[in-house]
Design a protein around this ligand. Structure first.
Ligand code: KG4
Ligand code: ZN
Length: 344
């Protein structure tokens, strides 16, 4: 069993490395690529180049901060997808080289399985069964998790991901990238009664849709005669609508399964507003497990943790491991998605 695992994450715009010793987090370095702020979104080619420049130093720093030497690293866990093809490639090639050169084990990790494992880094008691809501810039997934490694898709988004909606609406409001944190900050000053936005698909089921809500916001922005006055109220109205839909579907899944634990993960789970609202709504129904914001942002600690779990099952990747922008998630059962759960 690998004792010292080096994690590497380069799927989007954070260059990150982490060291786990015996499954416990020992060090984590996250270098966020500021260059994309100039362009209002991630520019894939620039992301790949920035990863290439920074990754060796980020890995060295993670190893130094863990107080181990490179020779002590038994295994390398790396995000193999999904994400930006060129960005992923930098991490995968580097991980393969480190593994090959040192005779180390190698494991490719699915980025969303990483997000799912993030709360387990801080909460050793976290165990399935639970319902997970994974909300990032590229995904909105509601999962029934009867056991680690076994995931049943209840619902996903039909159009924009939740984080993507935050980013697009932030851009409509003239806020910077990434949009989620900017909207959360502004929404704190907003009056929740000023703008009522639709809650798409809230009445039933486990699927999501956010593109209509984005259009509703566009109309409200165009109709405003004083955007500086209305901006915080628009941010608040939008955030309330998204969080209401997310939490309503999460509660529905918990009531249907009868599970006593909810897991929040992905970049949008950095939102304290989401965590607070979920805890309020699920009081008496389920406890809410959510990692600290640093572990919900894209980071290598969650990748190392998910990799450590897979290595523990005896899984290994070989030298054919490839970066795949559309990597399927092993263990994700999508054959009967969106079907109502049996009530227990
Ligand atoms: O998981 P992540 O770091 O990257 C992807 O895998 O996509 O998620 C990034 C997303 C962005 O869309 C960002 O706007 C959103 O997470 N996000 C938030 C907050 N912090 C980050 N959304 C809402 N509220 C926040 N506080
Ligand atoms: Zn992510």
């Amino acid at each position: 069993m690998a004792d010292v695992v080096l994690g590497i994450e380069t799927s989007c715009d954070e260059t990150s490395a982490a060291v786990l010793v015996g499954g416990e987090l020992s060090s984590l370095i996250i270098l966020s690529q500021d260059v994309h702020k100039i362009f209002g979104g991630v520019v894939p080619e620039l992301a790949s180049r920035a990863h290439l420049t920074a990754l060796p130093a980020v890995v060295d720093r993670a190893i130094a901060e863990a107080g181990v030497s490179l020779s002590a690293v038994d295994a390398v866990a790396v995000t193999a997808g999904p994400g930006l093809a060129g960005a992923l490639l930098v991490g995968v090639v580097y991980a393969k080289s480190l593994a090959y050169a040192g005779g180390r084990e190698l494991i490719g990790v699915h980025h969303m399985e990483g997000h799912l494992f993030a709360p387990a880094l801080e909460d050793g008691d976290l165990k399935p069964p639970f319902v997970a809501l994974l909300v990032s810039g590229g995904h909105t997934l509601l999962l029934d998790v009867p056991a680690w490694g076994h995931y049943r898709l209840l619902g996903e988004t039909r159009d924009d991901a939740a984080g993507e909606a935050f980013d697009k609406v932030a851009s409509l409001l003239g806020l910077g990238y990434p949009g989620g944190p900017a909207i959360e900050r502004l929404a704190k000053e907003g009056d929740p009664t000023k703008f009522a936005f639709p809650r798409p698909m809230i009445a039933e089921g486990y699927e999501f849709s956010f593109s209509g809500l984005k259009t509703a916001l566009l109309h409200a922005v165009r109709a405003s005669d004083d955007l500086d006055r209305d901006r915080p109220h628009l941010a608040r109205g939008f955030q309330d609508a998204v969080l209401d839909v997310l939490v309503t579907k999460l509660e529905r899944a918990l009531r249907a399964t009868g599970y006593a634990t909810a897991v929040l993960g992905g970049g949008v789970a950095c939102s304290r507003a989401l965590a607070t609202r979920a805890a309020e709504r699920l009081k008496g129904v389920a406890r809410v497990a959510v990692a600290s914001p640093r572990l919900n942002t894209d980071n290598a600690a969650m990748i190392a943790r998910a990799g450590w779990y897979r290595l523990g099952l005896g899984e290994r990747s070989d030298w054919t491991l490839d970066a795949r922008a559309d990597l399927p998630w092993p263990g994700l059962e999508t054959t009967t998605p969106h079907s109502p759960l049996p009530t227990s």
